[in-house]
Design a protein around this ligand. Structure first.
Ligand code: EPU
Length: 442
């Protein structure tokens, strides 16, 4: 088998066109039962792929989910000169010759996380050209914190014609620095951490993001020889080294996929088990499920059983950086709260435009009032199936969950969103007993 060296950039586009022609029909009311396997974390895998550019020796990353976003990131690595080979759940990446090519705009604009390669390129080559990713369905999502972090490390950054062009002010190595992040941005923490692994001297990131994906990225970099401590806390200390080496590493389980299946059990009043999971990554989600009346039992180190019931109570949610309630679970939890007795208040603090699913859930009979970033969900006894449109990745998962509980058939359009982040979700749900299938509407 040989490495893939030409960009599969057209594949994701073709997939998207196909997924747009398809709809997912969910027949509500089926009870779920059994166990579901949780895939590797999309957001960890994306960061690890970006970090694989930090060494020319080659890396092997396993437990990588099959997702459109991962294909796009692979295509970007290839466009930058890396070789990428997929073998089952493993990606072998060899970035021996990393050129000064710009990451292709068509791909960066579709996958914001690809901007994070600016960190590894700056660390490895001391220069980078990456298009500005632009906004996306959930908000404007600027990259000012990434840019300021790189500037603090000694990069000169120019943004012209939509391209961010960065190069070291002196020589080809960045210089360690103390960087305070105004907001604990996941992406900015990742960009700065990657860049600092190969900088001269020590970097301290204060008010760093503490998400499990940050810890996973740090552990991968450490496996490559980086010196990083404090990942998972607010202060990360990186002592730059002159080069990194080959590493093999497995991605952590996807806590958001796990949380989505937990809500699937809850909303259908079913009992299912999920594994593998890292229960500590799911603290806020477990606490809120328990607050509404769902039982969650840990079995062994990495398995959870979710025991759904009925007559759930309302709960208030505010999305926050980890260990707070994850914004990536807000839409799915809202689907559940539509069926909980009483009023629940959901405050989205992380992204300014991440409540578009409210209108779609209301089409299904939910009673949600929206004011700014606050949604007041008044529980209703039933939802009813309806044609709905997925507006972003997690919103699409919320509609699938609502469809599982609704009376009648829910027809979901815009499936390319769903396929960005959930590996084999239809199959996994069908295995549990859900009734859903994809079809092309005439
Ligand atoms: N922000 C800035 N300036 C920056 C960076 C971020 O203002 O330079 C703002 C953003 O606009 C946003 C907030 O800070 O309002 C949080 O953004 P953050 O940088 O933390 O998010 P991200 O790194 O762009 C990752 C995940 C998201 C997840 C968020 C928050 C990846 C690839 N994406 O995005 O995942 O919602 O962290 O946890 O890791 C998803 O999987 O559905 C998803 C959107």
């Amino acid at each position: 088998m040989t490495y893939q060296t030409s960009s599969p950039a057209t594949v994701p586009n073709a997939d998207e066109a196909h997924a747009d022609a398809e709809v997912l029909q969910v027949v509500g009311g089926a009870r779920l039962a059994g166990q579901v396997q949780i895939s590797g974390a999309k957001n960890s895998a994306l960061a690890l792929l970006a970090a694989s550019l930090l060494t020319g020796e080659g890396c092997e990353i396993s437990n990588v989910p099959h997702l459109v976003d991962i294909e796009r990131m692979s295509a970007i690595l290839i466009a930058l000169g890396a070789q990428v080979l997929r073998q089952g759940d493993k990606l072998k990446i060899r970035a021996e010759q990393i050129g000064y090519a710009s990451a292709p705009y068509e791909l960066v604009s579709k996958l914001r996380a690809s901007f994070f390669v600016i960190g590894s390129l700056m660390g490895r080559c001391g220069r980078a050209r990456v298009p500005l990713p632009g906004g996306c369905a959930i908000g404007a999502r600027p990259v000012d914190l990434h840019v300021r972090g790189l500037q603090a490390l000694g990069a000169e950054v120019h943004i012209e014609h939509g391209i961010v062009e960065a190069r070291c002010r002196c020589g080809d190595r960045l210089e360690g620095a103390r960087i305070y992040l105004d907001y604990p941005s996941v992406g900015a923490t990742e960009t700065i951490m990657m860049a600092a692994t190969l900088a001269r001297g020590q970097t301290i990131i204060e008010n760093a993001a503490q998400e499990p994906e940050i810890v996973d990225l740090a552990n991968f970099c450490i496996a490559m020889g980086a010196q990083i401590r404090g990942a998972g806390t607010k202060t990360i200390v990186i002592d730059g080294v002159s080069e990194l080496h080959q590493a093999s590493y497995a991605v952590i389980p996807d806590r958001i996929e796990a949380g989505t299946f937990m809500v699937a059990a809850a909303i259908t009043g079913s009992t299912i088990s999920i594994a593998p999971v890292i229960p500590e990554h799911l603290g806020a989600v477990i606490a809120k499920l328990q607050e509404v009346g769902v039982r969650v039992v840990q079995q062994g180190r990495d398995q959870l059983t979710i025991i759904g019931g009925h007559g759930y109570r309302s709960a208030d949610i505010e999305t926050l950086p980890f260990p707070g309630f994850p914004t990536d679970m807000q839409a799915q939890f809202m689907a559940l709260l539509t069926l909980c007795e009483g009023n629940s208040v959901i405050t989205e603090t992380v992204f300014e435009n991440r409540l578009q699913h409210v209108a779609e859930l209301n089409r299904m009979g939910a009673n949600i009032k929206l004011k700014g970033n606050v949604a007041v969900v008044s529980g209703v006894p039933v939802l009813s199936g309806a044609p709905v449109m997925a507006t972003d990745l997690r919103a699409s998962a919320a509609l699938v969950l609502a469809g599982l509980a609704a009376q009648g058939v829910t027809t979901i359009k815009g499936l390319h969103h769903l396929d960005r982040g959930y590996e084999n979700i239809d199959h996994k749900l069908r295995t549990l007993g859900a009734k859903l299938h994809r079809t092309i509407l005439e």
